[in-house]
Design a protein around this ligand. Structure first.
Ligand SMILES: Nc1nc2c(ncn2[C@@H]2O[C@H](COP(=O)(O)OP(=O)(O)O)[C@@H](O)[C@H]2O)c(=O)[nH]1
Ligand SMILES: [Mg+2]
Ligand SMILES: [Zn+2]
Length: 291
C-alpha cells in the first residue's frame, strides 16, 4: 500500500494512507545502508503487518520531487508564509527572506496576511500592490472572523504546504480552523516553551483534507540568507525590467551612480520597502568566492 510519512518519532514512521488511516511503521534497515533516510513528506510503499493495530514496514521510498533541510521534509508543493497585518505588524524584511529562501529551493510561496479584521481596505491595498509586482500570490484573511478562509482552502487543496511565519500571527489559530483534530495552543510562543521544557520538537504533517497536508514550523523567526551578493538582485522580480539599464553593467543597485533600479524606486515604481529590504539583505549576503 502507498502512503505518506506524516511523522517520525523514535525510529517509527507514521504513514498515512487514504484508504485505511495511519500506520505505525518500522523502516527496513536497508535504507540506512543505502544512505537514504525517510523524511516526513515522503511517499512510501508499506507492507502491512497488522491490519487491526495498524502496523507495518516501510519497504520503499518513492521518488522525491524535492527535499528541504530546514525544516526537514520532502515533496513540498508550496509554502504558506503567514504574517499579521497588525499585532504584530508585518516584518517585511523577514517576509522577503522567506521568499528568497523558498525561491532558492524552488518552492513557490503564497503569502497570507492574517488579522484583516484589524485593518481597512486602504491599509491593505498598498501591501497587495507590493507583492503583485513581486510576482507573489497574496491572501488577506481573518482566522478570527473567518474571512478569506474558503479561498485559502481552495489554494492548498491537494497540496503539501509548509507553514511558516513569526510568532503571534495566527499560525496555530489557522491550523485549528483547517484541521479540527489539531488542537494547537493559541497565544503560546511554542518554540520558547518547548525549549524550556527540553522537549524534542518533531516535524509533523497535519491533514486538513483528502491528499492535503500542512507542515507546521514554529521557530522560523529569523532566517539567514545563503544567496550571494551577486545573485540577490535576481531574487527581486520587480528589478528585472531594469536589468541592463544601469550605467554600469555590473551594477548591484546599491550605491552606484546612474542606477535604473534606484531611479525606479525614486519614481515610486519599485516599492521602497522592498528596495530597502534588498539593500539590507545585500549588506548581509556573502560574496560568491566565500563559498
Ligand atoms: N484580531 C485577530 N486576532 C487573531 C486572528 N487570528 C489569531 N488571532 C490572535 O492572535 C494571537 C496569536 O495567535 P496564534 O494562533 O497563537 O499565533 P501563532 O503564534 O502564529 O501560532 C491570539 O491571541 C489569537 O487569538 C485574527 O484573524 N484576528
Ligand atoms: Mg503557535
Ligand atoms: Zn543598478
Amino acid at each position: 500500500m502507498i502512503g505518506k510519512i506524516v511523522k517520525g518519532i523514535a525510529g517509527f514512521y507514521y504513514v498515512n494512507t487514504e484508504e485505511k488511516g495511519t500506520f505505525e511503521c518500522n523502516a527496513k534497515g536497508a535504507f540506512r545502508n543505502e544512505g537514504t533516510k525517510p523524511l516526513v513528506g515522503d511517499d512510501v510503499e508499506i507492507d502491512i503487518t497488522d491490519e487491526v493495530n495498524l502496523k507495518g514496514n516501510v519497504v520503499k521510498i518513492l521518488e522525491r520531487r524535492n527535499a528541504l533541510i530546514r525544516p526537514a521534509c520532502a515533496n513540498i508543493d508550496g509554502a504558506l508564509v503567514i504574517f499579521a497585518l497588525k499585532t504584530p505588524n508585518p516584518n517585511f524584511n523577514l517576509l522577503d527572506r522567506f521568499l528568497i529562501y523558498m525561491g532558492k529551493e524552488g518552492i513557490p510561496c503564497t503569502v497570507v496576511f492574517n488579522k484583516c479584521d484589524l485593518c481597512t481596505e486602504d491599509e491593505m491595498k498598498p501591501i497587495a500592490e507590493i507583492y503583485a509586482k513581486a510576482g507573489v500570490k497574496v491572501f488577506f484573511v481573518s482566522v478570527k472572523k473567518d474571512i478569506g478562509i474558503i479561498d485559502l482552502k481552495t489554494e492548498i487543496k491537494g497540496k503539501t504546504m509548509v507553514l511558516a511565519g513569526p510568532s503571534g500571527v495566527g499560525k496555530s489559530s489557522l491550523i485549528n480552523l483547517l484541521c479540527k483534530e489539531a488542537n494547537m495552543e493559541v497565544g503560546k510562543i511554542s518554540e520558547k516553551t518547548e525549549r524550556g521544557k527540553h522537549t524534542t520538537r518533531h516535524v509533523e504533517l497535519l491533514k486538513p483534507g483528502k491528499n492535503t497536508f500542512i507542515l507546521d514550523t514554529p521557530g522560523f523567526t529569523s532566517l539567514d540568507i545563503f544567496e550571494t551578493k551577486e545573485n540577490l538582485k535576481y531574487c527581486f522580480e520587480e528589478f528585472k525590467p531594469y536589468e541592463g539599464n544601469c550605467r554600469f553593467r555590473t551594477c548591484m543597485h546599491v550605491s552606484e551612480p546612474g542606477c535604473a533600479v534606484k531611479e525606479a524606486v525614486e519614481a515610486g515604481i519599485i516599492n521602497k520597502i522592498r528596495y530597502e529590504s534588498y539593500v539590507k539583505l545585500y549588506g548581509e549576503a556573502p560574496k560568491a568566492r566565500q563559498f
